[in-house]
Design a protein. Structure first.
Ligand code: COA
Ligand code: AMP
Length: 652
């Protein structure tokens, strides 16, 4: 494989926009194809497709290629699990052996090219093996984050229609065990589609405390699959889906983001050297969960495509066992690049503000800290830089893109240095523009809608699972010729871009993407609720946290505390504890425009103590005073000196 040519940032970016097909055809030479693509970029039925005619296998590129090319004995994956007191290292040869045998087991269960497999597992190597095994067979995996409740899993089962679900007996959240298998059973019960088999990893580390009940005929032990004859790689079309990853939209129906094989491999391989500046053989750590896009791209595929050693961490930045956990992992595994969410740094900073624990560790291997998943406040940015002593790079991307759209690309020459508050500059392939409501570019310094001129580069979603129309409607129809990101932001006079937050019903809670629209649907279904609004208000630790404002139906006498308990429980049951929905305020009326639109943004600004002008279209300005008084009384929001930490998780 030929490495990407050295280039300045400006030259690479300009070349990628002037001739996208040529630029990416050159990058495509860095991976091994079974059949070379005939057409780098095709346009069909109004949608772009990369590398048509090409055939390859992503698992081959991640494992077999390296075993055949001198990396067989190099560590591919490092499991570091403070919650089970485990550190395990898998060489490329070992990971290939496990994956080929597990793929054989899946094949024997009837899984083949194009079949869907849902993976609902904690951050364990067996989950990585399951993902790669699907890729090996040409099957399409869909990993569902373990923090989601059965209802969310059921929605995804119905949409993806998996032949098999792979799960585990349980996961560990700091000091409590989450038994996964009963959640899978409940989800299958709720779903209309029934998978043929459920493969269950009985975790040895949890054997004393949780053992999954197996349903005869349907359920199969994970280890049994490993006894199968190894499966060979099945070459697939570059445009065939590698995986579906569901992400929150504005309604209760998540969007099934499709990732293809060819564009994904080319883009991720390029990103490892150009954006993250890592060399094959070095250790890369994305402190995320395999259930998120970051976990897919930078725990599993990116580092393995590039021949790195990847760290898979099952723990938190704090309390497993302390705020020095990340520094220990960096030292112990010689991590060159760490990628995490600002929330994780805020959590560490909160528990160890002076960075005393950091001094116990030698972080000499670390070159860069990359942050993404939510806006990074300058204070967190500065703290991280001061205590780690390495450049901190805030970079912006989404599940939809699968890899960064804005960054400081440390692997390219003449890149402008990172700057606090900015997510950097557009990555080659991305023509990022800030547009006004009419779709016109705004002047520097003016906030607008962040859009990307088409075509999107390889690696980005070509469509939504079985729903081209929703893809067009959600992302492409507002401004023809552009992909609309859903974020607001601006560009300064020197070209730095700043992402300020979502302009739709999506919020980021501890780097976890959630839909307030979905939460509203769930609250509105309560028999006492006439109407409601869910706001993502500022949270010192998690960036944002959702709170509910509800208006009772006439004649309802339920107490506020009781209703709050029921609604909080409802969101935990339906979406999951990860939503961190903990506060509900009963109000007499919600502020609206004269056309009936609830003024959610104004209420959020009220709670956050931001300056705002009362919208001229407001129906009754007095309602805002009522809301403000109610928020003040309950201490809801930064404006009223309350933080999420004062709102404990319910004990149930
Ligand atoms: N499975 C089951 N439950 C989960 C879960 C999982 N994988 N992940 C989180 N939860 C639960 C937690 O147990 C908690 O439940 P509780 O309300 O009963 O206490 C709830 O969801 C909220 O979890 P979390 O936001 O993780 O809170 P926390 O107090 O445990 O940890 C942080 C706070 C800031 C340390 C943690 O959120 C964190 O590490 N954030 C970084 C996030 C990140 O890396 N995101 C990746 C995107 S790049
Ligand atoms: P997800 O799809 O879960 O990766 O979430 C994507 C969303 O996270 C984006 O649309 C942004 O709102 C937010 N986000 C990700 N990275 C950044 C960043 N560096 N700065 C600001 N917001 C970010």
């Amino acid at each position: 494989m030929k490495p990407a040519p050295a280039s300045t940032y400006a030259a690479a970016h300009a070349a990628s926009l002037a001739n996208p097909a040529g630029f990416w055809a050159e990058q495509a030479q860095a991976i091994q194809w079974d059949t070379q693509p005939m057409q780098p970029l095709a346009f069909e039925k109004g949608l772009y497709r990369w590398f048509k005619g090409g055939r390859l296998n992503t698992c081959y590129l991640c494992l077999d290629y390296h075993v055949a090319n001198g990396r067989a004995e190099q560590v591919a994956l490092i499991q570091d699990s403070p919650v089970t007191n485990t550190v395990r290292r898998f060489t490329y040869r070992e990971l290939l052996d496990l994956t080929a045998r597990f793929a054989g087991g899946l094949r024997d269960l009837g899984v083949s090219h194009g079949d869907r497999v849902i993976i609902y597992m904690p951050n364990v190597p067996e989950a990585v093996v399951a993902m790669l095994a699907c890729a090996r067979l040409g099957a399409v995996h869909s990993v569902v984050f373990g923090g989601f409740a059965p209802h969310e899993l059921a929605v995804r089962i119905n949409d993806a229609q998996p032949k098999v679900i792979i799960s585990a007996s349980g996961g560990i959240e700091i000091d409590k065990i989450i038994p996964y298998k009963p959640l899978v059973d409940a989800a299958i019960e709720q779903a209309s589609h029934k998978p043929a088999h459920v493969v269950v990893l009985q975790r040895d580390a949890l054997a004393q405390r949780v053992h999954a009940h197996m349903q005869p005929g349907r359920d199969v032990d994970y280890q049994a699959l490993l006894r199968a004859e190894p499966a060979a790689c099945v070459p697939v079309a570059a445009t065939d889906p590698l995986y579906i990853l569901y992400t929150s939209g504005t309604t209760g129906k998540p969007k099934g983001v499709v990732r293809d094989n060819g564009g994904h491999a080319v883009a991720l391989r390029y990103s490892m050297s150009a954006i993250y500046g890592v060399q094959p053989g070095e250790t890369f750590w994305a402190a995320s969960d395999i259930g998120w896009a970051v976990g897919h791209s930078y725990i599993v595929y990116g580092p393995l495509l590039h021949g790195c050693s990847s760290v898979l961490y099952e723990g938190k930045p704090v309390r497993t066992p302390d705020a020095g956990a990340f520094w220990r992992v960096i030292q112990e595994h010689g991590v060159s690049v760490l990628f995490t969410a600002p929330t994780a740094i805020r959590a560490i900073k909160k528990e160890d503000p002076e960075g005393l624990l950091r001094k116990h560790y030698n972080l000499g291997s670390l070159r860069h800290l990359f942050l993404a998943g939510e806006r990074c406040d300058p204070a967190t940015y500065e703290w991280a830089g001061a205590h780690l002593g390495v450049p901190v790079v805030d970079h912006w991307w989404q599940t939809e893109s699968g890899w960064p759209m804005l960054a400081t690309m440390v692997g390219l020459a003449d890149m402008p240095a990172p700057r606090a508050g900015s997510a950097g500059h557009p990555v080659p392939g991305y023509d990022v523009q800030i547009l006004d409501e009419a779709g016109q570019p705004v002047p520097a310094g003016t906030t607008g809608l962040v859009a990307v001129h088409l075509p999107l580069p390889p690696g980005c979603l070509p469509t939504l699972w079985h729903d081209d129309e929703r893809f067009r409607q959600s992302y492409l129809s507002t401004f023809p010729g552009y992909y609309l990101s859903g974020d607001g932001g601006y560009q300064d006079a020197e070209g730095y871009l700043y992402i300020m937050g979502r302009v739709d019903d999506v919020i980021n809670v501890a780097g976890h993407r959630l839909s307030t629209g979905e939460m509203e649907e769930l609250l509105a279904a309560h028999s006492a609720v006439a109407e409601c609004a869910v706001l993502g208000i500022a949270c010192e630790l998690r960036g944002q946290r959702p709170v509910g404002l509800v208006v009772l139906k006439d004649g309802q006498t339920i107490g506020e505390a009781q209703l709050e308990t029921e609604l909080v429980q409802r969101i935990r049951e339906k979406i999951g504890a990860v939503a961190c929905f903990r506060q509900v305020l009963v109000v007499k009326r919600l502020p609206k425009t004269r056309s009936g639109k609830i003024l959610r943004k104004t209420m959020r600004q009220l709670a956050d103590g931001e300056a705002f002008s009362t919208p001229s279209t407001i129906d009754d300005p007095a309602i805002l005073d009522e809301i403000k008084a109610a928020m003040a009384q309950r201490g809801m929001g930064r404006a009223f000196e309350q933080t999420a930490d004062l709102v404990p998780a319910p004990s149930a």
